[in-house]
Design a protein around this ligand. Structure first.
Ligand code: ADP
Ligand code: MG
Length: 696
């Protein structure tokens, strides 16, 4: 086959079997694979005379060592003087002294990667050397370029003594000598209509930019390509769901909806709620299986929307499943839902881990024989032992806590049921399009009218007594308060310590006249649930807690939240926590207690204090922490981009998405001749993600 004739990295100059093995572990086997390694940064290629123009920058210098001074102490740097024909400069080399000293020979010529700095004593320009490489004649070629890429080195490569400049050279040679292997990956009209470079041009300019503008222009093309193929996966997946066997068309309307809205709800739906209900309902009526994401900020009233949908399914004689990420949430939701369903004569059950066998068996048989019309639960719902009679509608709450596979498993319990996934974690649009790009999206972008925005303030240790006084005053008025401690380190039970210790102090010394309760993650869920129930029923004034209350708890009379060590929390997490207050008509307060803050922490907490707009907060969070952090480690692997940058490439994502969806509309099998590049590139690089996605 043609493929086996692709040249391997193994045969490149300077590689050899050991290094080739290391490259292979990184997924780089063929020379082509090196083309798509994206530079981490670029070094300015300059002369020593020009160094003062590049303070604080990373540069590449080619010169001879003309002097060398050994360090006087082991932890001092080696000093060398470098001369390149234009001037000389003193340079520092930190690190293994003995090794350095022997390695550098006066009179020899080297390439140096260095950072330009200023000697604090005599104010002269100097270099901090990061890496060096003996000069070879072939380096002349490399030095013709004004900017030299430098790549991220993995520990695999370090083990085989590949150093940064060596890697630069390996990739440089690969691109230079094998550029005939760079094939176009897109179709011509996509390249043209999106104003991109040809793939080959983009690769060449990325690895050998002739001027600074080349880099960004080329990056945009490569980023577009990455995003395009990701969206292509989404588009193909969407197509395959659509062309699957038919789903369920929920036609009956029944009289329960009327009853819900006219008799049971104590409020009028917001217009955003009405709109999303319409969107969902039209999906449910159609035969196409629904896959919809419902986004709505905390407190925007998603639960009632879910109740609406479940009622429709029930009126059509189907069962519903409602899956939550934690047992506490399942229990809380179950109570809310049960109130509605009991009043409507609908049987609901809860299935979670840790239930007694007898009870569990009973519940399982009710699910199987169809008596249980609504099943609320945790991932206990997706275990093999759970069999539904006719599951027709699935709600997944706090979707970002579940993986794609779990979503798929629950869906497989029915026969193409409609699926509604709900999230209160506002996701920046860039992310939702890349992670949930296969779902339709409905957004509740309005809070119920009776809400007053939560007043948020940043306070420090010296304000503590005042803060306690304030809390006491509010409680006297009949309100309740949460006091939240961070989970410092899950493995070391530190959260327990800090919450428990402070609970004792608060209960005995600070608020000894008030009723103080405690919940934390190491209690059994029903203990947590008891405490939350007591708080809900106003048997407690203050609930001391860790982040176990982060999602879903709904207690409108609790109007104060004090968050300790607020600087330790992520922004989105703070937003979620704050969402526990401001759920009733009273003015609510969120007090962020922090230690002395650095600039970044200050900027972060200021965002929280200034806005209650979850989307704005999420965007900032992503900018400050990056998409990987934002999603937690498990999902970050799916977001491995090299050229694309989710925090700034919104426009590119939209363009890539439009092009990909249009393509799949016109040529679902990618059979047309003009799409052969795309097909080939897709099959080589994305087949795996496709099969992963097929099961979902
Ligand atoms: P979330 O979107 O965070 O899940 P919930 O569904 O828990 O929000 O709703 C928060 C609170 O607001 C609940 O007490 C709910 O009964 C109430 N609620 C929902 N919709 C409205 C509305 N349109 N008007 C007033 N209160 C509402
Ligand atoms: Mg909710």
């Amino acid at each position: 086959m043609q493929k086996s004739r692709k040249p391997e990295i193994l045969y490149l100059k300077g590689v050899g079997p050991k290094r080739a093995e290391a490259f292979k572990k990184l997924g780089l086997q063929f020379v082509n694979d090196l083309f798509s390694v994206y530079p981490r940064d670029y070094l300015i290629n300059t002369s020593i005379r020009n160094l003062p123009n590049h303070h604080d920058k990373n540069v590449i210098i080619c010169g001879k060592i003309i002097d060398k001074m050994m360090p006087r102490r082991p932890n001092h740097p080696t000093r060398i003087a470098i001369f390149d024909g234009t001037a000389s400069v003193e340079s520092l080399i930190w690190g293994n002294t003995f090794y350095r000293e022997r390695q550098f020979k006066v009179g020899d010529k080297y390439l140096f990667w260095a950072k330009v700095s200023i000697n604090p004593y005599d104010r002269r320009t100097q270099l901090d050397i990061r890496d060096h490489k003996k000069f070879e004649d072939t380096d002349e070629e490399l030095l013709k370029f004004p900017l030299i890429p430098i790549y991220i080195l993995s520990s695999e490569l370090k083990k085989t003594w590949v150093k940064p400049l060596t890697l630069t050279k390996i990739i440089f040679n690969a691109v230079r000598n094998h550029s005939q292997l760079i094939n176009e990956v897109l179709a011509e009209d996509i390249v043209k209509s999106n104003n991109l470079l040809e793939h080959k041009q983009a690769v060449l300019r990325t690895h050998y930019p002739r001027r600074e503008e080349d880099i960004e222009f080329a990056r945009q093309t490569l980023a577009f390509e990455e995003l395009f193929f990701l969206q292509l996966v989404m588009a193909l997946r969407r197509k395959s769901i659509e062309s699957e066997e038919k789903g369920i068309s929920f036609q009956n309307k029944g009289d329960k909806l009327e009853k819900l809205f006219n008799e049971l709800l104590g409020f009028e739906l917001t217009s955003a709620q009405k709109r999303v209900i319409k969107e969902i309902y039209s999906d449910m009526k159609s035969l196409k299986p629904m896959n919809r994401l419902l986004q709505g900020d905390v407190g925007s009233g998603k639960t009632i929307v879910a109740v609406f949908c479940m009622l429709i399914a029930i009126e059509n004689f189907y069962q519903c499943a409602f899956m939550c990420p934690t047992e506490i949430l399942a229990e809380q939701h179950y109570k809310t839902l049960k109130q509605y369903f009991d009043a409507l004569n609908i049987k609901s059950v809860i299935l979670v881990g840790g239930q007694k066998k007898k009870l569990r068996d009973e519940i399982l048989s009710e699910i199987k024989n169809g008596t249980a019309q609504v099943v609320v639960g945790t991932h206990a719902l997706i275990q093999e032992t759970v069999e539904f009679k006719n599951l027709g509608f699935v709600v997944i709450d706090e979707q970002h806590k579940f993986g794609v596979m779990q979503r798929a498993k629950l869906r497989a319990k029915g026969f193409n049921p409609d699926v509604l996934v709900m999230t209160a974690t506002p996701i920046p649009r860039t992310l939702s399009l890349t992670v949930y790009g296969d779902l339709d999206v409905s957004v509740i972008d309005e809070l119920p009218k009776n809400r007053k925005p939560v007043k948020t303030a940043l306070r420090f240790e010296e304000d503590r007594l005042k803060v306690y006084g304030f809390i006491r005053d509010e409680i006297k008025k009949g309100r309740q308060a949460y006091i939240v401690y961070p989970i410092i380190d899950e493995s070391e039970k530190m959260d327990l310590k800090s919450a428990v210790e402070h609970y004792d102090i608060l209960r005995k010394n600070v608020f000894n006249d008030l009723r103080v309760g405690l919940v934390h993650g190491r209690l059994f869920w029903y203990e947590i649930d008891d405490a939350i129930e007591a708080f809900k029923n106003k048997k407690l004034d203050i609930l001391v807690t860790t982040t176990v209350i982060e999602v879903g708890i709904d207690i409108p009379n609790a109007s104060i939240m004090l968050i300790e060590e607020a600087q330790r929390f992520g922004l989105s997490q703070l937003h979620q926590l704050r969402g526990r207050v401001g759920r009733g008509a009273e003015q609510s307060y969120c007090i962020l207690m922090a230690e002395k803050l650095g600039d970044v922490s200050k900027e972060r907490l200021d965002v929280i204090a200034e806005t209650t707009d979850g989307f704005k907060i999420a965007e900032t969070d992503m900018k400050l922490r990056g998409p990987g952090e934002f999603f937690g480690t498990r999902q970050s692997g799916e977001l491995k981009f090299s050229a694309a940058d989710l925090s700034k490439d919104m426009i590119l994502i939209e363009k890539a998405r439009n092009s990909a969806f249009k393509l799949v509309e016109e040529d679902p099998q990618l059979r047309k001749t003009e799409n052969q590049n795309i097909r080939e590139h897709f099959l080589i690089n994305y087949r795996d993600s496709m099969s992963l996605i097929k099961v979902a």
